[in-house]
Design a protein around this ligand. Structure first.
Ligand code: ADP
Ligand code: TRP
Length: 329
């Protein structure tokens, strides 16, 4: 049995990247492992949500976790800020995290490039808080998408460094995880890059059929293949990558053959993709709103989760304090 920890930031509705990179694995893992799944609302503060929408975002993600099938009887589901012990572990880990290594992470450099006017210290130390989330519960496996690979490397490094520093084999080094052979990167349909909230190209679990059809029909394509068996261009490969996740292998093979023989009609390809996405998300979407409006249920789930997560976190912080050398008079 593995110990599993993962979270998603509450910065907006969840999209197919979150689903296939993270959430779908959460649901499969909860049956046989000890799982902690949380909503990373402390992390969401790096982009400065207003007090008026902070809680709504958390509520939306919690409703989406439950709608997608995370079961509060099987996994511990909690809100990060309900476990303030994580802030203490973050503080302690920060003392051994070097500014140089934090500045060199690709996600930090990306964020600096995208928003040079908001390079706050929380962004710089984002991987430290993430490491605290993970090693707090001694996670061995962390289901995440490909974009989080480097953050996981940092978490391993901080765990190792703590152990070396205090000559104590205390923290476990966590591994990123996906049920497929490799970590997933879901592309956007705008030609290049990944699907993401900040990229503005999300296909959301909460999108209705009309919206999905519209977004998919707008996907960037090219002039079409003219030479048989030519390599697939990036925008078309992106469509196929998503199709691999939502459609049957027969469907994918059918369109790949059409591409190879230069008979493909992108309109048909997109129509099929839209329908297969709808099939995946419709049953989830229908439950999101019910959950969102069921305040009593959300309260019960989050309280139960906070209690279990805090128990695990308090034990870790107590032990860490002792290892570091804090002592009561
Ligand atoms: P976003 O990138 O939309 O802001 P987050 O950074 O909060 O989303 O990501 C939450 C989880 O979803 C992480 O495990 C991340 O790896 C995964 N994820 C996000 N976008 C993608 C994507 N396009 N492909 C695969 N996984 C993704
Ligand atoms: N950084 C992750 C993301 O952007 C969210 C996250 C925060 C996380 N803490 C974590 C993921 C711990 C896994 C484990 O998606």
């Amino acid at each position: 049995m593995e110990r599993v920890v993962s979270g998603i930031r509450s910065t907006g509705n969840l999209h197919l990247g979150n689903y296939f990179g993270a959430l779908k694995n959460f649901i499969k893992m909860q049956n046989e492992n000890e799982c902690f799944f949380f909503i990373a609302d402390y992390h969401s503060l790096t982009t400065h949500p207003t007090p008026a929408n902070l809680h709504g975002n958390v509520r939306q993600v919690l409703a989406e976790y439950l709608a997608a099938g995370i079961d509060p009887e099987k996994a511990t589901i909690y809100v990060q800020s309900d476990v303030p012990e994580v802030a203490e572990l973050y503080l302690l880990l920060n003392m051994n995290a070097y500014v140089g290594e934090l500045e060199r992470t690709t996600s930090f450099k990306d964020k600096v490039r995208k928003d040079p006017n908001n390079v706050n210290a929380g962004l710089l130390t984002y991987p430290v808080l993430m490491a605290a989330d993970i090693i707090m519960h001694h996670a061995t496996k962390v289901p995440v998408g490909k974009d989080q690979e480097q953050n996981l490397e940092m978490a391993r490094k901080f765990a190792r460094r703590f152990n070396n520093m205090y000559k104590h084999d205390y923290f476990v080094e966590p591994e990123p995880f996906n049920f497929g052979a490799e970590l997933v990167k879901v592309p956007g349909l705008d030609g290049s890059g990944k699907m993401g909230k900040s990229e503005g190209n999300g296909l959301f679990l909460f999108d209705d059929e009309k919206v999905i059809r519209k977004k998919v029909m707008r996907a960037v394509t090219d002039a079409g293949p003219t030479v048989p068996n030519s390599p697939i261009s990036e925008p078309i490969q992106n469509i196929f990558t998503i199709m691999d996740l939502v459609s049957t292998p027969d469907t994918v093979a059918f369109f790949k053959e059409k591409y190879a023989s230069c008979e493909i009609r992108y309109g048909d390809l997109k129509k099929q993709l839209a329908e297969d996405i709808i099939t995946v998300i419709n049953p989830i979407r229908e439950k999101i709103l019910d959950n969102y409006n069921n305040e009593e249920y959300l309260r019960k789930v989050s309280r139960m989760g906070a209690e279990k997560a805090r128990e695990s976190a308090a034990k870790t912080v107590r032990e860490v304090r002792e290892i570091i050398g804090f002592k009561p008079f």
